[in-house]
Ligand binder design. Sequence first.
Ligand SMILES: Nc1ncnc2c1ncn2[C@@H]1O[C@H](COP(=O)(O)OP(=O)(O)OP(=O)(O)O)[C@@H](O)[C@H]1O
Ligand SMILES: N[C@@H](CCO)C(=O)O
Length: 316
Amino acid sequence: MSVYTVVEQSDLVEFLQDYSVGELADFQGISAGIENTNYFVNTLQDGQTRQFVLTIFEHHSFAELPYFLNIMAFMAEHEIPTAHPIKTLSNGYLKELKAKPAALVERLKGGGVDHPNDIQCSVMGEYLARFHQAGQDFSDFRPNDRGLDWMVSTYQLIQQYLPSDEQAMIEAELAYQAQIDWAHLPSGVIHADLFCDNALFSGNQLSGIIDLYYACNAAFLYDLAVMVNDWCRINEGDVENIHFDATKVEQMVHAYRQQRPLSEEEEQAWPAALRLAALRFFLSRLKDKHMPREGEMTQIKDPNVFKQVLRIHRQA
Ligand SMILES: Nc1ncnc2c1ncn2[C@@H]1O[C@H](COP(=O)(O)OP(=O)(O)OP(=O)(O)O)[C@@H](O)[C@H]1O
Ligand SMILES: N[C@@H](CCO)C(=O)O
C-alpha cells in the first residue's frame, strides 16, 4: 500500500478549507502507485458529490511542482484527458500538507489497463501525438532529467552491482546512443513515462493520462518509443519469452503518424529511440533495485524486463 504519509480526517478538513469544493464527505488511501501518497477524496457541495484525488508529493520539492501542475491544467484545457488541478482560494495549485507539497486534482473516470488491446494501443498513439501537438503552445521549459547524461551518471553509480554481461551491454548502448543526434529531432513537451499504469480507460475510450511528473522537453519520438516498449510488449512466463506484438506496434505508430506525421529523420532514428527508451527504464529499475531510496515502500519493478527489451531491440 503506497500511503507513505497518513492523513487524518481533521488534517483534510483543515486542508480543504482553502478550496471552494464543499465539505469533506469521505476519503480513502489509494494502494496503487509507488512514488507518492494518493487519496481519493469526496466532498459534498450544494447537494452534489464531487470527486478528487489528493496527492502528497514524497520526493518533489515545492519549487519543481508548478511546472507539472501547470502542464496538467494546460493539457486538460486542450482536450487531452489529464486531471485538472484544483485552485486554492489564494489561486495556486500547490499547498502544504503534513509538511510536504500536496495538490488536489480532479478524479478521472475509468480504470487501468493491464493487457491493452489493439484499439487501446491505437487510441494511445493518437493521443500521444495530440499531447505533443498541444504542448507546442505551452511556454514553460523543463530539461529532461532522465536523458543521456543521467544514464551515464546512473550507470557509474550502479556499475559495481552489475554482472559483466549487463555492464557490457549498457556500455555498448551508451556509446551507441552518444552518436545519435537527438537534439535535431522534433521536440517539445513529452510525458516521458506513459506506461499502461499511467492511463485510465473506460472500455476503449481513453479517460485519463496521469502521472505527468517526468514531463519535460525532449524528442517526441522518444516518448512514442517509451509507450511502444510498454503497451505493445507481451509478457508471457519468463522474461526470455518477452516479445512485441507487431499488430499493436503498427496500430500505435500508425495512429500517431496519422495525427502527427514523422519526419524522415524520425523514421531513421526509430530503432535508436526504442533502444534509448529501453535503456532509460532498464537503468532506473536497476538503480531502484540496487540503491533503493530510504523509506520507500518498494514494489520494485523488474529490471530484467527492460534488459530483455533492450536486448531485443539491439538484435533487431
Ligand atoms: N486523477 C486521477 N483520477 C483517478 N484516479 C487516479 C488519478 N490519479 C491517480 N489515480 C489512481 O491512483 C493510482 C496511483 O496513482 P499514480 O500512478 O499517479 O501513483 P504515483 O505513486 O504518484 O506514481 P507511480 O506509481 O507511477 O510512480 C493510479 O493507478 C490510479 O488508479
Ligand atoms: N514507469 C516506470 C516507473 C515509474 O516511473 C517503470 O515501469 O519502471
